[in-house]
Design a protein around this ligand. Structure first.
Ligand SMILES: Nc1ncnc2c1ncn2[C@@H]1O[C@H](COP(=O)(O)OP(=O)(O)OP(=O)(O)O)[C@@H](O)[C@H]1O
Length: 412
């Protein structure tokens, strides 16, 4: 036996306990990293607790044991039998980006909801303990709190997603909020990431703007290029349209036949493509690479469904989400602006346009928010340009969390 004295500085011990249903013995199930028990260095997972403050605990319900320790102030005395053969887990730190939202308060399967940690899609988590197959311990980054929280392991989360998927509309696993259209999230609820600083000799990261229609991504992109045309470039699109008098292939567009275009589509050469007034237009992967190889920065605007195509080892896209400001600010800032629609060439913005923009923004955030590296609000155009310039400079020159596969490519 060993007597252990812990100074109680917070209401929670930072440990979970369990009872052996056959013998009634009480054990420490897990010690939360950075919590009271962990910092004391004296209590470990697997230790058997015999007494708390002189109170024998064998046969008690775990809740009763918690009540005993909760009553004490100042110090708590534990009489324990240390686990002799403690499994030593030699782990390298794992960092992941959450692809789903998670709320422990809505999760009936978590061993202790108070020890749980909620997270939102896009959050970067430091996994400090993976020794349990079902429940990991993690810290949210950037973190100021020392104490870790319980989160479902990758396998556990996948299981929850599957159950969530099959159980609609009953939703017993409302704790996991994922989007049904993101099949990628279904196979990988946590994306492994590493902190990476681009080497000055590496090509730049592709800068990709996404946002609801008419929010101003095209305007921002155009202005950024205008501010520094020696640095920022937009890729030259392909089109099947006939060139106009002044146009030169390879300057305004790469003019191609429909046959060549179809072939490129078939061979996945386009990041995105579409039809406009009977002609095909597309942005090829090669046109982006041409700019990057020349040491320049490439800036494009894409539809959200092209995000997956640019998040590759080769292009290492930095995704900037351009968000509309609240309705009053939209009305104010767009008073003089014209919207381009399919029906009229240009006309002033209407309230319905703003409403549509906000609805579409909300959907985009729900479905693709986990991929946004940076979020900016396009309120005042001048301010937005400055913000964008700062963001893209940081993206290239400061360390960022990127999928680990980009840095240490794994054979697929
Ligand atoms: N911050 C702003 N303040 C005022 N007007 C703006 C602002 N940002 C963009 N605009 C104007 O809004 C209109 C739509 O912008 P833009 O063409 O860039 O939209 P978009 O996001 O590219 O849309 P789409 O994807 O539908 O082409 C343009 O007339 C543009 O000048």
């Amino acid at each position: 036996h060993r007597l252990i004295c812990v100074l109680k500085s917070s209401p929670s011990m930072g440990a979970t306990i369990k009872r052996n249903e056959i013998t009634g013995e009480i054990f420490i199930a897990r010690v939360i990293h950075g919590g009271l028990a962990d910092r004391s260095g004296l209590l470990h997972a697997g230790d058997r607790i015999i007494e708390v403050n002189g109170f024998p605990v064998d046969g008690l319900e775990p809740e009763q044991v918690i009540q005993v320790q909760a009553r004490s102030h100042g110090t708590i005395m534990f009489k324990v039998i240390p686990m002799t053969e403690r499994a030593v887990h030699n782990q390298t730190m794992l960092y992941v980006r959450a692809m789903v939202d998670y709320s422990p308060q809505q999760d009936p399967s978590i061993p202790c909801a108070d020890a749980g940690m909620s997270f939102r899609k896009g959050d970067v988590l430091e996994i400090v303990d993976q020794s349990d197959a079902l429940w990991w311990q993690a810290r949210k980054l950037p973190s100021s709190v020392a104490c870790a929280g319980l989160v479902p392991s990758s396998n556990m989360l996948k299981r929850k997603q599957r159950e969530f998927w099959w159980s609609q509309p009953y939703q017993p696993h409302a704790c996991v909020q994922t989007c049904d259209s993101c099949s990628s999230a279904l196979c990988c609820p946590y994306e492994e990431v590493v902190r990476h600083q681009r080497h000055p000799e590496d090509t730049h990261r592709l800068l990709a703007l996404v946002g609801p229609s008419s929010v101003g991504v095209n305007e921002l992109r155009r202005r950024l290029i205008e501010m520094n045309p020696a640095v920022f470039f937009g890729p030259i699109p392909h089109t099947t349209r006939a060139p106009r008098g002044y146009e030169e292939s390879g300057r305004e567009y790469h003019f191609t036949s429909r046959e060549v275009f179809d072939n490129m589509v078939y061979n996945n050469r386009f990041l995105e493509y579409g039809e406009y007034k009977g002609n095909l237009y597309g942005t090829s992967i090669q046109s982006v690479k041409d700019i990057l190889i020349n040491g320049k920065m490439c800036i494009i605007d894409i539809e959200p469904n092209a995000i997956q195509a640019v998040r590759t080892h080769e292009l290492r896209a930095y995704i900037i989400y351009v968000k509309p400001p609240p309705l009053e600010r939209l009305r104010e800032s767009r008073r003089e602006s014209l919207i381009t629609t399919n029906y009229y060439i240009n006309r002033p913005f209407k309230d319905e346009d703003f409403q549509e923009m906000e609805d579409s923004a909300r959907k985009m955030e729900t479905h693709y928010g986990q991929f946004f590296d940076h979020v900016m609000v396009n309120n005042d155009l001048q301010d937005s340009c400055v913000q964008l310039l700062t963001a893209v400079t940081r993206a290239q020159d400061e360390p960022q969390w990127v999928p680990s596969g980009w840095i240490r490519p794994t054979p697929e």
